[in-house]
Design a protein around this ligand. Structure first.
Ligand SMILES: *Cc1c(COP(=O)(O)O)cnc(C)c1O
Length: 324
């Protein structure tokens, strides 16, 4: 990947002339079955652009209650777009279509207008859970009934497609705009893309510019993305297998209650009085094992291309030691 970055053919992407960025954008648009795609420095900026595209100030966007756009984007929808997010609780990221329907405003003189439905695939907070395609189709139907667009936060869409063994476009078809990240499981230093209909992606270019996301010789990052699609996509299932092995071992460690992973993320609840997840994370760190404490009583372990079988063995050994 470093070699591909070094050898990238570049030009000024703010003038729309970088051939490598262009190549990546076309390739991702095609993979997702959309007209066009646009490269962004971060997933957050691409998600927020998606929200800004579909909404207007003083309106509401429905999202999953533990989603990235709700918890981890610093209330940007409100800050940037004047949009009120309406969280809907779910089972492992999978919102009930009836709950979404109930959250759509009636469109009268007393309530704000609903302008968007956001979904997340895979669902990070519940441990990289895969939302079944049928569930997405049901959500799409509710949105269609109310004339609402759907934005899909697919930072880890690659993992969902690998787990479901379906093309990315089968999942992306359920949404108008789709965000995918190169900087998570694919191992790139930075970059996400927003894909959708040609007119919206044209408008997204303007929003990206406003948000300060226009970058000049961005082909050096796009080259990393192209490399990742060629070399790091097919191997994602290895990460899923390793996550499952970590899960299996954790089921046999007293004080841990892991959630069976669908993909490369293992949510591990820590169920021992007086032992906060943060403390477990700190002690693991001393063993050279990095597992984030994302809540007071749960850890999130992520397998990726820098974690091999030995790494999983070391993580298991460290967890055993820390919890004895
Ligand atoms: C990481 C992530 C993002 C944001 O990506 P950044 O590049 O960190 O801004 C958005 N959604 C989900 C589900 C993510 O995991």
């Amino acid at each position: 990947m470093r070699q591909a970055i070094a050898e990238a053919v570049v030009d000024d992407d703010v003038l729309g002339k970088d051939p490598t960025a262009d190549q990546l954008e076309r390739r991702v648009a095609e993979m997702l079955g959309k007209d066009a795609a646009l490269f962004f420095p971060s997933g957050t900026q691409a998600n927020q652009t998606g929200i800004l595209l579909h909404t207007r100030p003083g309106s509401e966007a429905i999202c999953e209650a533990d989603s990235h756009v709700f918890h981890y984007e610093y209330a940007s929808a409100a800050w940037l777009g004047g949009v009120q997010l309406v969280p809907v609780a779910s089972r492992r990221g999978c919102m009930n279509p009836d709950d979404v329907k109930a959250s759509v405003r009636p469109g009268d003189r007393h309530h704000p207008r609903t302008t968007l439905v956001c979904v997340e695939q895979t669902h990070g907070a519940s441990g990289g859970s895969v939302v079944p395609v049928e569930a997405l189709i049901a959500l799409r139907a509710v949105a269609d009934d109310h004339g609402l667009p759907v934005h899909l936060d697919g930072a880890r869409l690659w993992h969902a497609a690998a787990a479901l063994e379906v093309p990315l476009s089968d999942i992306a078809a359920c949404a108008d705009t789709v965000m995918v990240s190169l900087s998570k499981g694919l191992g790139c230093p930075a970059g996400s893309l927003l894909a959708g209909p040609a007119d919206l992606i044209e408008e997204a270019w303007t929003i990206r510019k406003r948000l300060g996301g226009g970058m000049r010789q961005v082909g050096i990052l796009a080259a990393a993305g192209l490399y990742a699609l060629d070399h790091n996509l097919e191997r994602l299932r290895e990460d899923h297998t390793r996550a499952m092995r970590l899960f299996d071992a954790c089921t046999r460690i007293d004080g841990l209650r892991p959630v069976r992973p669908d993909t490369n993320t293992v949510r591990i609840d820590v169920v021992r009085d007086g032992l906060p997840a943060q403390e477990v994370s700190r002690r693991l760190d001393a063993h050279g094992v990095w597992i984030l404490a994302l809540g007071p009583d749960w850890l999130r372990a992520v397998t990726h291309l820098d974690v091999d079988d030995d790494g999983i063995d070391r993580a298991i050994a460290a967890l055993r030691e820390v919890l004895t």
